[in-house]
Design a binder for this molecule. Structure first.
Ligand SMILES: C[S@@+](CC[C@H](N)C(=O)[O-])C[C@H]1O[C@@H](n2cnc3c(N)ncnc32)[C@H](O)[C@@H]1O
Length: 348
């Protein structure tokens, strides 16, 4: 008589709390990164590797504080330590966190650190739709000098996003051959207008943004090799007359700051400014992003917006169509880390 193998009792699979712990403590990692950056740790270690005691002396930390900070940075892959106790930057920290390097992403870090308070008061924002009582980023409650620094960081942060691969991704996604005039509406630092002008020698570009922003953009444009073909225009994109005769209107990262009414208004102004055969280019982060990480990014990013939010590429295409644009092409940007879709519409 054969005996059947005994069936193992089925174990109920309980979820573990680990993912929750990771989420709940994620702010520790951001806090370490922001503090080390503000304390110039990466700049100091770029000059030469240091011991804990040396770093404490140069950065003005207690020896205990320096030891804990460096150990935390090491655990996050930001620095490494050799057997002699000398700390040095990891390759990503050395490439992206040392001021003065063309690859520097430190203004973006400073801007993200500025959003810390908003996320600490998220319930207030969600309950009222208003910024929280303690949130100061960009608000008039902040002393002038502080606010100006925060605003400058923001503009330079946008520049760093563009230089970090976004401008290249956009440039690869669209073909502006044969076009000669581009208007970059709310163009921020002018990074995309500069990149397009570099790519297309026949192209001239205008960067429209608020006066304090175009003052910064103008400096960056003058430092570029295309300062003779890119210029700035100070104005309010909701009310300004965009003029006429453009081949391309670029709206990069603009729609997510607006609600539907203003989006349609801006798109109609873009349409009126374009020549027949010209195109509007919208670059955005979207909830229908091409990777799970980008979908998550768009969902979290949306919480930064007081008005507006992130919209699907399909919704953006619909708005373009409602504004008169035809032959709409939606392109996912798989290699970009900030904006994940480009939507292009043609004026018939
Ligand atoms: C998210 S940023 C995008 C900037 C740039 N297009 C980019 O992709 O890097 C939004 C831009 O809108 C500009 N902006 C906000 N309100 C504006 C207004 N009323 N008129 C013109 N520009 C405005 C901001 O100064 C900022 O440069």
């Amino acid at each position: 008589m054969s005996t059947l193998p005994k069936r193992r009792p089925r174990r109920a699979t309980h979820p573990t709390p680990e993912p929750l712990y990771r989420l709940a403590t994620a702010f520790w990692s951001s806090g370490v990164l922001f503090a080390a950056h503000r304390l110039a740790v990466f700049e100091v270690l770029h000059a030469r590797p240091r011991t804990v005691a040396e770093l404490a002396g140069v950065c003005g930390l207690t020896p205990d504080g320096a030891g804990k900070l460096l150990a935390a940075c090491q655990s996050l892959g930001l620095v490494s330590c050799d057997v002699g106790g000398l700390y040095r930057n990891s390759p990503p920290a050395d490439v992206f966190l040392v001021p003065g390097k063309p690859t520097y992403q430190g203004h973006l870090l400073a801007y993200l650190a500025d959003l810390w308070t908003r996320f600490g008061e998220l319930e207030y924002l969600l309950q009222t739709g208003e910024i929280g009582p303690r949130e100061t980023a960009f608000t008039l409650a902040r002393p002038d000098a502080e606010r100006q620094t925060a605003e400058r960081n923001w503009v330079l942060a946008m520049h760093e996003i563009a230089l970090g691969g976004q401008a290249e991704a956009l440039c690869q996604a669209v073909d502006l051959s044969g076009y000669t005039r581009l208007l970059d509406v709310s163009g921020g630092s002018g990074a995309y207008a500069i990149r397009f002008a570099e790519q297309y020698p026949q192209l001239t570009a205008e960067v429209l943004d608020l006066p304090e922003v175009v003052a910064i953009a103008d400096g960056l444009i003058q430092q570029s090799g295309v300062g003779d073909r890119v210029r700035v225009l100070a104005g309010d994109f909701v009310n300004a007359d965009y003029g006429v005769g453009y081949d391309v209107v670029l709206l990069s990262g603009v729609l997510h700051g607006l609600g539907e009414r203003y989006i349609l208004r801006v798109l109609k102004k873009a349409y009126a400014a374009l020549n027949s055969g010209g195109c509007v280019i919208v670059q955005e982060m979207t909830p229908d992003a091409p990777s799970p990480a980008a979908v998550q990014f768009a969902a979290l990013f949306s919480l930064n917006m007081m008005s507006g939010g992130t919209y699907s590429a399909e919704q953006i295409a619909l708005w373009l169509n409602q504004s008169g644009f035809l032959r709409i092409v939606v392109t996912p940007l798989k290699q970009a880390w900030w904006f994940d879709h480009v939507v292009v519409g043609r004026k018939p």
